[in-house]
Write a protein that binds this ligand. Structure first.
Ligand code: F6R
Length: 353
């Protein structure tokens, strides 16, 4: 029997409940929306830019927002993964400071800088030092439930930002899209859950494709780019394996040229093309031509199409498949998907300095 069909063993190997968190994602999204709709808002202002500052699992929601908002919001969204902030940040900037633990040093530093620069702030966290600082400073805090891995909390760390922007009159009402997303995830989990055997489970089939190979995930600018980045991060953190990502059309202007040498290593790459019906029509034409050029050099190329009609459902449908696939890949490698000891060690060693 394949490891991926030993359901009990998979649950037993998953000591931090990553599979449970995935199962609960639709409920998390629904709750996250409510939290955002009930949150305290920052004072109204004439905002010229939105900035999300965070790291890792707390930053990727910022990229979800950046891509979602690009076609809906009149001002740019910038994602900041650093101790410092870009020079443009000031009283005309609305900053979301996001840290699931509330203790990530880069985010604490960026939060303090945003305060110094007079930006309007909203904090998303479970608590920690960031929660304390925000409360002392009178900054609105959206307190999200704890107890899961930050990277499992994208619903909590992203959807409230949409609710806040909508309530501040900056975004059209995304409520319907959130509901569609929740229902779609509810139906998709029935297909992706561990109980569904390998041969009819798209996430398990993907994990089998990735196994003993290097995943290369390609998205497209403005639609699936952020999903490609998410898949890469989830494969790294859950399966403890490398993965790389890039975007169309940019990759047609450089990466694609690099599929000649070294042939032996190229045959260990497994490429996923993430697709969305809203990809630019010219980009859609590029998928087939690109495949023709490089397909013979690599172990495999698969295309995964987004599902749903609204942008949120389409985004999360792809995120969901990738999240499940990364956990199944961890199972194939015999590694516990939850703990990220390398990150913990790094944070602990830096705290000693
Ligand atoms: C762990 C994870 C990490 C953290 C990152 C920042 O699941 O995904 O990438 O998100 O180390 O920590 P927080 O989110 O607590 O600010």
């Amino acid at each position: 029997m394949s490891v991926l069909d030993d359901v009990q063993a998979m649950y037993a190997a998953d000591t931090k409940g990553m599979l449970k968190s995935l199962w609960e994602l639709p409920g998390q999204c629904a709750r996250a929306w409510e939290l955002g709709m009930a949150a305290q808002l920052p004072p109204a202002g004439q905002f010229k830019h939105i900035l999300v500052t965070g790291l890792g699992g707390s930053a990727i929601g910022g990229d979800f927002l950046r891509v979602y908002a690009a076609r809906r919001l009149g001002v740019p969204v910038v994602v900041n993964r650093d101790y410092v902030l870009p020079e443009f940040v000031g009283p005309h900037t609305l900053v979301f400071a996001v840290s699931y633990s509330g203790n990530t040093e880069e985010t604490l530093s960026a939060y303090a800088r945003a305060r110094e620069k007079g930006a309007a702030l909203v904090v998303l966290t479970t608590g920690g030092r960031l929660g304390e600082m925000a409360r002392q400073d009178g900054v609105p805090v959206i307190t999200v439930p704890g107890g899961i891995a930050p990277r499992s909390a994208t619903g909590y760390l992203f959807l409230p930002t949409l609710a806040v922007l909508y309530r501040m009159g900056l975004l059209p009402d995304p409520g319907q899209e959130v509901h569609e997303c929740v229902s779609l995830l509810q139906s998709m989990r029935e297909e992706l859950k561990p109980e569904v055997p390998r041969d009819s489970n798209p996430a398990k089939m993907l994990a089998a494709g990735f196994y003993n190979r290097i995943p290369v995930i390609w998205g497209s600018s403005g639609t699936t780019e952020v999903v490609a980045q998410r898949w890469k991060g989830q494969i790294n953190e859950n399966a403890k394996a490398p993965a790389y990502w890039n975007v169309f059309p940019e990759l047609n202007h450089n990466e694609l040229v690099g599929f000649e040498f070294p042939g032996e290593l190229l045959r260990r790459l497994y490429v996923v093309i993430l697709r969305d019906p809203h990809d630019h029509p010219r980009v859609q034409k590029r998928f087939a031509i690109t495949r023709e050029i490089m397909e013979g050099a690599v172990a495999g190329v698969v295309e995964i199409m987004a599902r749903g009609s609204g942008a949120l459902a389409r985004l999360y449908s792809l995120v969901y498949i990738g999240d499940y696939a990364s956990v199944y890949l961890a199972m194939l490698y015999g590694v516990d998907p939850g703990p990220v000891r390398v990150i913990d060690t790094l944070k602990a060693r830096l705290a000693e300095e």
